[in-house]
Each structure stands twice: as structure tokens, then as C-alpha cells.
Design a protein around this ligand. Structure first.
Ligand code: GLN
Length: 448
């Protein structure tokens, strides 16, 4: 399929023809990546995850509780897209409220991996990644709270880019865990990721955590010939499967041939990542999801005798199992007897994790590590929630410290499934991160 880069110089008519063709292909596809088509106006068509507001479109965050809710305004990322010649094309499937790693928890049913229909596309932005991987979207927007852009991109053989926390406004993004959430692009190439990122990012006074610091567009300033010192996290690689290890080996060869220097380092506290992330994320989620009470948004239970029962029934019927589990966990870690022991401690550990990353960045420009412990699992394989949480080991630490990271496909596994690797940059240093990513992409020449 054509790339965003190629499309930038096409006429309105040519873009319209391409858009019609995509819509037709998407409707015929059997992977359940799109869950809605609505008119988003003229422009280069971009698929939008179901948790980013597009004015007058339905937005459900993949949940029953938001059925019938219509977005009253555009998310800032959508406003920015439109200003730059892009147009929202349709809704992508996702895990309910972005909680998950497989897109199996969606109210609309699971999305299938385009490379193997009995496997998951990853999550939570599984619809976005599967559609780009299946050639039924040129590019898509996703959101990444603990890996939800990078991990599905890796499973579907495409590029997934999570910018530095604060670079892309969260205004109009359905909140999961506000100190971790970040919108970003899922594309077929690093250059397309840079183009889409440039279009959506920028300071926004409507988001109190938006970064008001100088910004230089990345796409025109990418330099794939710049040489970097790249730190490989050795103890992460040891924990990954053989297929992933081979992907890392190929990456090291390719980067070395391009003249980058590879150094080997260790990450000190990875054993705390999953617990810290799932304490912080569920605490924030329990708070954010308290607003879905049957009064203000979407679905409302039918029969109730008083206000309390209205809340109770609406939430019991509206939320799925995984969301309920996380609300319970979040309220538990925030409760008065446990707040210090869990939530406060997790916030302290976040600083320790930040120190670990800072130490590595005092020696290197970029970090290289796996995205996932293995290739895409089979549908149903991660039905034990703890097993699913553990599969986030290589992505969540980066959200806890807010760094930019990109997942790039590098090879096919023994089962012909895509293998991705992850490059992590210094905060707000998207240009160098994307330059290194472009250099790797050119050297490795992966075919989806
Ligand atoms: N899998 C992680 C979770 O379930 C990350 C999800 C995300 O990034 N939205 O929380």
C-alpha cells in the first residue's frame, strides 16, 4: 500500500479514490479491526482508535458502558490532524478502556492478527495495528499507557511510536491512567510515523501535563546517517524467546554495519516494573472510570429503584470483567489502610526506575531492547490475567518514566510471525530516536 510520504503530494481527487478503495477493502476484511466507518471529512485517511474523540462520532472505548455516546468535540490530536491535511476515516477496535494486551476484552469481540488469524494482534491498540498490518489502513492513531502502541505494532509487523509523555495532548483521549497515557502513530514506516507525529503533537493549554517546550518538526530533520551510541539491555534479551533474541541479533548486526556503537548494559530493577505499573495504572483507572455512572455518559441501566441501584446496575452491566478487576484493584491500593504500602511505594519506585534509565542515558544516546517476550500469542492463550500482565515487562517501565520509544519490525519468526525490537530515546529527543530508527529500518529492510 501507498505510504503517507507518497500521499503528501497527491491531489484531493487521488486521495479520495484511495480512501474509497480502503473503505471497500476494510468492509470485506474478516479480522474485525474496524468497528465503525463515519464521515471524517476530506484529507489523507487515518484510522482512529475508539478512545480518541472525533466530533459527532460515536466513541465507546471498546465498552458496553459507552454505547450511544457521541463525542461533543474533537480531541486536540484530531484538530491538529485536520489542520495538517489528514482526516479521520473510521474507528479501530481496542481492549475495553485500553486495558489489555490482546484486544480480546473489546465489547465488539476480538480482532485477529493479519499474519495468523488464530493469534491476537496485541493490545490495546490491536485494531489500529492489525489494520495497518493487513494493508487496510495507511496509518492509524493509537494510545500507549503501558505498551499499547508498541506491542501490537510488533505483533502485526508495523511501526509503533510512543512519543515522550506530554508531547501529544491528552485532551479528548478517553483517560485510562493519566500519568502514563500518550497518543501516537502506528504506520508502515519510520518516516510515516514521523510525519503523523509532527501532525498531531504540540503544546496544548487544555492539557495540564502538555509540555510547553521547544519543538522542531522531526520528518524534515531526520538524519539516518548520524552515528549513535546504543545501549543494549542484556538482561532483558536473556528473558526473551529465541525468536526475539534472533531479532535483537539481526538488529545489532544491522546497526553495527551502519556505524553505530553498541554497548552492553544491565537494567537493575526490572522485577519491580510490572507491580509498580499495575499499582499506578489501576489506581488512576479506578479514579478515571468513576465518572461512568449512568448519568452523564452512554448506557444507563433500565430498572432501578434508587440512585445507588442505578450506579450499581449500570456499572455491573456496562463494564467487562477485566475493567472490573482493575477498578477493584485500583480502589484497593488507594484505600486508607493500603495507600502507603502500595500506591505511595509504587510512586517512589518510579523514581528508582527513572534513575536506572538516566544512568544508562549518561553513557548512551539510545537504548535497544525487546518489545515483547515472544511473538503474538494464540487467541485465548493469555486468559490468565497475571500471565497477560507479565507479557508487558519490556514496555511498561518506559511509560512509568515517560520516555519516547518506537517499535520496529525486523524479521519473521520460525512460524512466519513478525518480530519487533524497541528503541528508546531521551525525553523530548524524538528527532534522534526517529533518526536511529530510520537508520535501522534502512539497514534491515523488513518486508511485511
Ligand atoms: N497492557 C497494558 C495494560 O493492560 C498496557 C495497555 C495500554 O498501554 N493501554 O495496562
Amino acid at each position: 500500500m501507498i505510504s503517507l510520504k507518497e500521499l503528501l503530494n497527491k491531489s484531493k481527487e487521488e486521495i479520495k479514490e484511495i480512501k474509497d478503495e480502503i473503505l471497500k477493502k476494510a468492509k470485506e476484511s474478516d479480522i474485525n479491526a474496524y468497528i465503525g466507518f463515519e464521515d471524517g471529512g476530506d484529507g489523507i485517511p487515518i484510522l482512529i482508535k475508539d478512545n480518541i474523540q472525533v466530533k459527532n462520532w460515536s466513541i465507546t472505548c471498546g465498552s458496553n458502558i459507552l454505547q450511544g455516546y457521541i463525542a461533543p468535540y474533537n480531541a486536540t490530536a484530531i484538530e491538529n490532524l485536520k489542520k495538517n491535511g489528514f482526516a479521520p476515516l473510521g474507528r479501530a477496535n481496542m481492549d475495553e478502556f485500553a486495558m489489555g494486551s490482546t484486544t480480546e476484552s473489546s465489547f465488539y469481540g476480538p480482532t485477529k492478527n493479519p499474519h495468523a488469524k488464530d493469534r491476537v494482534p496485541g493490545g490495546s491498540s490491536g485494531g489500529s495495528a492489525a489494520a495497518v498490518g493487513a494493508n487496510i489502513a495507511i496509518a492509524a492513531l493509537g494510545s500507549d499507557t503501558g505498551g499499547s502502541i508498541r506491542q501490537p505494532a510488533a505483533y502485526c509487523g508495523v511501526v509503533g511510536f510512543k512519543p515522550t509523555y506530554g508531547r501529544v495532548s491528552r485532551y479528548g483521549l478517553g483517560a485510562y491512567a493519566s500519568s502514563l497515557d500518550q497518543i501516537g502513530p502506528i504506520t508502515r514506516s519510520v518516516e510515516d510515523a514521523a510525519i503523523l507525529y509532527d501532525a498531531i503533537c504540540g503544546y496544548d493549554p487544555k492539557d495540564s501535563t502538555s509540555a510547553n517546550i521547544e519543538y522542531k518538526p522531526t520528518f524534515p530533520n531526520l538524519d539516518p546517517n548520524k552515528k549513535f551510541k546504543i545501549a543494549l539491555i542484556e538482561n532483558f534479551v536473556e528473558e526473551a524467546s529465541e525468536d526475539i533474541q534472533k531479532g535483537i541479533e539481526d538488529t545489532i548486526d544491522a546497526l553495527s554495519k551502519r556505524g553505530h556503537e553498541i554497548i552492553k548494559v544491565k537494567m537493575h530493577n526490572p522485577k519491580y516494573y510490572i507491580s509498580t505499573y499495575y499499582i499506578v495504572a489501576t489506581a488512576e483507572a479506578a479514579t478515571n472510570l468513576a465518572r461512568y455512572d449512568g448519568i452523564r455518559y452512554g448506557n444507563r441501566a433500565k430498572d432501578y429503584k434508587d440512585l445507588k441501584e442505578l450506579y450499581f446496575k449500570t456499572r455491573s452491566e456496562g463494564f467487562g470483567e477485566e475493567v472490573k478487576r482493575r477498578i477493584l484493584l485500583g480502589n484497593f491500593v488507594l484505600s486508607s489502610g493500603y495507600y502507603d504500602a502500595y500506591y505511595l511505594k509504587a510512586q517512589k519506585v518510579r523514581h528508582i526506575i527513572r534513575d536506572d534509565f538516566n544512568k544508562i542515558f549518561s553513557e548512551a544516546d539510545i537504548i535497544l531492547m525487546p518489545v515483547t517476550p515472544n511473538v503474538a500469542p494464540k487467541i485465548g492463550e493469555l486468559s490468565d490475567p497475571l500471565e497477560m500482565y507479565k507479557s508487558d515487562i519490556f514496555t511498561v517501565g518506559i511509560n512509568l518514566v515517560g520516555l519516547p520509544a518506537i517499535s520496529i519490525p525486523v524479521r519473521k519468526s520460525s512460524l512466519n510471525l513478525p518480530v519487533g525490537v524497541q528503541l528508546v530515546g531521551k525525553a523530548f529527543d524524538e528527532i534522534n530516536l526517529l533518526s536511529a530508527a530510520l537508520s535501522l529500518e534502512e539497514a534491515i529492510s523488513f518486508k511485511n
